[in-house]
Design a protein around this ligand. Structure first.
Ligand SMILES: [Zn+2]
Length: 142
C-alpha cells in the first residue's frame, strides 16, 4: 500500500513535520518573559483544517490534534515556561519532545531569542486500519 501524503515542501512556521505525519500543526510562537503568545497568522495546519489553507472542515485527525493541543500540550508548555525549563530558554537550541495519546509535540527556541518553534503531529503509524482509507481521500485532496 502506498501512502503519499506529504506535508513538507512549503513554508512552515514551526519545526518541520516528519514525512510520516498525516496531520500536523505548526507555530512560531513568541515568548515574552516566560509567557507563550500564539499569533494567529504564525501558525498553520497540514493537511489544512484552518490557517493558511483557508477554511475547511476539521478532519477527525485534526479534531484530535487540536483537542490534545488545547487540553494538554499548550497548558504544559505554558507551565514549563513559567517554572523555567532550561530547554525552553531563549538561547537554547534543544528540541523538547512530548508524547500524549497519538500526538507528538516537538518544540525548540532554536536559540532565536524570542521565538518558540512548535510542531505537533499524528504519525501514520498510529492510525487504525479503518482510518487508512480516509487518509487516501486526504491524499487525493477530497
Ligand atoms: Zn488543524
Amino acid at each position: 500500500m502506498s501512502m503519499s501524503v506529504t506535508i513538507t515542501g512549503r513554508h512552515w512556521f514551526g519545526l518541520q513535520p516528519a514525512d510520516t505525519a498525516v496531520a500536523a500543526w505548526g507555530a512560531r510562537a513568541i515568548i515574552t518573559g516566560r509567557v507563550l503568545d500564539l499569533v494567529w497568522n504564525r501558525q498553520q495546519c497540514d493537511p489544512g483544517c484552518r490557517g493558511t489553507d483557508g477554511e475547511r472542515a476539521l478532519s477527525p485527525l485534526h479534531v484530535e490534534l487540536h483537542n490534545e493541543l488545547d487540553s494538554y500540550f499548550l497548558p504544559l508548555l505554558r507551565q514549563r515556561l513559567k517554572a523555567y525549563d532550561p530547554d525552553l530558554d531563549q538561547r537554547s537550541d534543544a528540541v523538547t519532545e512530548i508524547h500524549n495519546g497519538r500526538v507528538v509535540l516537538r518544540c525548540s527556541p532554536n536559540a532565536s531569542c524570542g521565538y518558540l518553534y512548535i510542531c505537533a503531529t499524528i504519525d501514520r503509524d498510529r492510525l487504525t486500519p479503518d482510518e487508512l482509507p480516509s487518509l487516501e481521500e486526504v491524499a487525493r485532496g477530497a
